[in-house]
Write a protein that binds this ligand. Structure first.
Ligand SMILES: [Zn+2]
Length: 71
């Protein structure tokens, strides 16, 4: 009799090994500091710099809106 293939044998799967995200070196536009991040969308070195940039943008927008209303 011919040897039969084992029907319950699990298929051999080579699991993809988990790879850490590549680190990206970036320059913070607020303080000019070089920092390393794994997030490619990250722009600022810290929360403080992000907050500073956000409040700066906000105040500029408010200033502009005020001027438009005035003229
Ligand atoms: Zn910074």
């Amino acid at each position: 009799m011919a040897a039969r293939l084992e029907p319950d044998a699990p298929p051999v799967v080579t699991k993809p090994r988990w790879q850490p995200k590549p680190e990206v070196e970036k320059v913070c536009p607020v303080c000019g500091k070089t920092f390393v991040t794994t997030y490619s969308s990250k722009k600022y070195c810290s929360k403080e710099c992000r907050d500073r940039e956000m409040s700066k943008r906000l105040s500029e927008k408010q200033k502009r809106a005020r001027r438009e209303r005035h003229e």
